[in-house]
Design a binder for this molecule. Structure first.
Ligand SMILES: [Zn+2]
Length: 163
């Protein structure tokens, strides 16, 4: 059994929580590939996506594991003919991976996410990086003064979800 926190989301930026029924319906009504992230809490631990095979048929690809965090040997993936087969294969892989996941592994992934999100927000808000300033100091979009050396600490302290 999967933990109760396990759920399937659409693209993360949509925060779209969909049930199995909707997922199936969307596939049938939509010829475009579908891609789903699978989250355990706030960590994306895998995904299932539909792609067109060379013969035009739909193939379901699944992957289990996350990077950074998991070793290469802990990341698995495969193909399946149906969504349900892909989900079953993912579940089996997840049952193997789950006991190996430590809080430090989750943190590694969350830090990378926070770091990436922070960089994009800095660009989007046209904030300068400390390296772009003659004083070596700049302001984060939140208003805090930052230096190059102090960026990681600031990002993890102020801009990490559920920190
Ligand atoms: Zn900030």
């Amino acid at each position: 059994m999967l933990p109760s926190s396990w759920d399937i989301y659409g693209p993360r930026w949509l925060r779209l929580n969909v049930g199995m029924t909707e997922l199936t319906r969307r596939l049938l009504n939509n010829e475009h590939p579908e891609s789903w992230g699978i989250f355990d809490g706030d960590v994306q631990v895998g995904g299932i996506c539909a792609v067109r095979g060379t013969g035009g048929q739909m193939i379901w690809q699944w992957s289990c594991g996350f990077y950074p965090g998991c070793d290469k040997s802990q990341q698995t993936a495969g193909n399946a003919d149906t969504y349900h087969e892909a989900k079953a294969a993912f579940q089996a892989a997840w049952e193997r991976l789950r006991p190996q996941i430590t809080p430090a592994m989750r943190d590694e992934w969350r830090k990378q996410q926070a770091w990436t999100a922070w960089k994009y927000t800095m660009w989007d808000t046209k904030c300068r990086m400390p390296t772009q300033s003659t004083t070596g100091r700049a302001r984060c979009f939140c208003g805090t003064e930052i230096t190059t050396a102090g960026i990681p600490e600031h990002v993890y302290a102020a801009h990490m979800e559920n920190a």
